[in-house]
Design a protein. Structure first.
Length: 253
């Protein structure tokens, strides 16, 4: 456990001293900020068009934040490979992976430590994004249960995305290639949700169970199902395990 914490602290320090992390964070807040204020404009125009009291289903949380979180989930497909492409590839480029591999720290500790560091950075990103619901909370009532379920979905989705991006980083020492592999894998899992619409019932059920969009949509709509939680946790664990195997296999080359 101490090895994991050592690697996590080292990686966090590198992440927050790297310009890539700040560029990625700036991209995230620029895009999500634009989407947020655009959806506020849509909500405002709908309010102005109302005649009389608003209907019971006229909920600002669903009108603004449900589509916002769906858009954010796709933004993460572009953002996460940028954040994770250097996790292992940078060690290869700097020729420090050999030192880590021959140190008392195990491959599992290296991968898990780097994964925890990326999760910590992602948690900071989500914490700062809380300005969006908080800025509207002072002006009206929000559905905090729906927001909590949506943020839970983002945490689980981000955890799975980061695990896939980390695995991609163990496959190639070139950071651009690692980012491309990570993006391709994330996009593959995402488009399974669209592919199911053109498939038969049996295949449709399989594709739906493997699709990011299907499981995240449930959480973003306020439905917290253990199946969705287990899916994301299992996927994150599986790709962290693959990352450990990929790192371990280098010792036999």
């Amino acid at each position: 456990m101490s090895g994991v914490l050592v690697i996590a602290r080292k990686e966090l320090k590198q992440l927050f001293t790297s310009p890539i992390a700040y560029v990625a964070l700036a991209m995230f807040f620029l895009i999500t900020g634009f989407l947020f204020f655009s959806l506020i404009g849509v909500y405002t125009s709908q309010v102005l068009q109302l005649q009389g009291p608003p209907p019971s289903d006229f909920d600002p949380t669903r009108i603004i934040f449900s589509p916002l979180f769906q858009d954010v989930s796709f933004v993460l497909i572009l953002l996460v490979p940028i954040l994770t492409m250097r996790l292992v590839s940078e060690e290869d480029r700097a020729r420090t992976m050999e030192l880590l591999a021959t140190s008392p720290v195990t491959s599992t500790a290296i991968v898990v430590g780097k994964y925890l560091a990326s999760l910590a950075l992602f948690a900071v990103l989500l914490a700062i994004s809380a300005y969006m619901p908080l800025s509207l909370a002072v002006m009206g009532r929000l559905d905090w249960g729906l927001l909590a379920a949506s943020y839970l979905g983002l945490v689980l989705l981000g955890g799975a995305f980061l695990a896939i991006g980390l695995f991609a980083s163990t496959l190639n020492e070139n950071q651009i290639v690692s980012a491309a592999i990570g993006f391709a894998l994330l996009l593959l899992f995402w488009v399974l949700g669209f592919a199911q619409q053109a498939s038969g019932s049996a295949v449709q059920q399989v594709l739906s169970s493997l699709s990011f969009s299907t499981h995240f949509s449930n959480l973003a709509s306020g439905v917290v199902d253990t199946q969705d939680i287990v899916f994301f946790l299992s996927l994150a664990g599986f790709f962290v395990f693959l990352g450990v195997l990929a790192l371990e296999s280098r010792k036999w080359r």
